[in-house]
Design a protein around this ligand. Structure first.
Ligand code: ZN
Length: 206
């Protein structure tokens, strides 16, 4: 009896990537559009989803893991109960990780603005109230480069606005009053020099 061995390529093991902390120059750069045949893109997406999960984040943008690319991932599963309808049906987007490539956003500037406490995996241990529009339309490519256009509101709209800002070098801190930012100055300097603790790996500028 003879055995025939068949080998199939194993998927690369997932990696938890260090998250670039406040003070890293890449967090202030405008990220580049992604081409459909970008090498290693699928691996980067999988690693970002893994990293977001380990860090318990609702979103993570590629610049936060050292890649200046127009890509972010989101995970609304922790909001599933809040987003369920009266029969308990959870919207599809809150049942697993989402991938957004080359997003274009049109904010509903005529609609209401809402205040929400935001945090950022690149700025550990800090949460601040930020006002933003509650609704928007996003056009984007998914990980298979299929294009979509979604009208969204609520928590997903909030996560999308926060993460899309990362692709333009904008942080939620930029929406705070000058006085509030001044008040936070010392803490932000401490984060930039690595004087902060988090239960996920961080990469500091210095
Ligand atoms: Zn962030």
């Amino acid at each position: 009896m003879r055995f025939r061995l068949s080998c199939r390529p194993r998927p690369a093991p997932l990696m938890v990537l260090p998250i670039y902390a406040y003070g890293q120059p890449i967090l202030r750069q405008r990220a580049a559009e992604i081409e459909a045949d970008s090498p290693d893109l699928q691996t980067l997406i999988d690693d970002m989803i893994e990293t977001m999960g380990v860090a318990h984040g609702a979103g993570l943008a590629a610049p936060q893991v050292g890649h200046s690319l127009r890509l972010f991932v989101a995970d609304l599963t922790t909001y599933a109960d809040d987003l369920a309808d009266e029969e308990g049906n959870v919207p599809d987007y809150a049942t697993g990780p989402l991938v957004f490539i080359n997003p274009e956003i049109v904010l509903d500037e005529d609609g209401p603005e809402v205040e929400v406490e935001e945090g950022c995996l690149s700025i550990p241990d800090l949460r601040e109230t930020v006002w933003r529009p509650d609704a928007l339309t996003i056009r984007f490519l998914d990980r298979h480069f299929v294009s979509h256009e979604w009208p969204v509101d609520g928590p997903l709209a909030r996560v999308i606005q926060h993460e899309a800002d990362h692709l333009d070098g904008v942080l939620y801190l930029d929406y705070l009053s000058p006085l509030r930012r001044k008040f936070l100055g010392r803490r932000l300097k401490a984060i930039a020099r690595g004087d902060v603790e988090a239960d996920y790996p961080l990469a500091f500028a210095t």
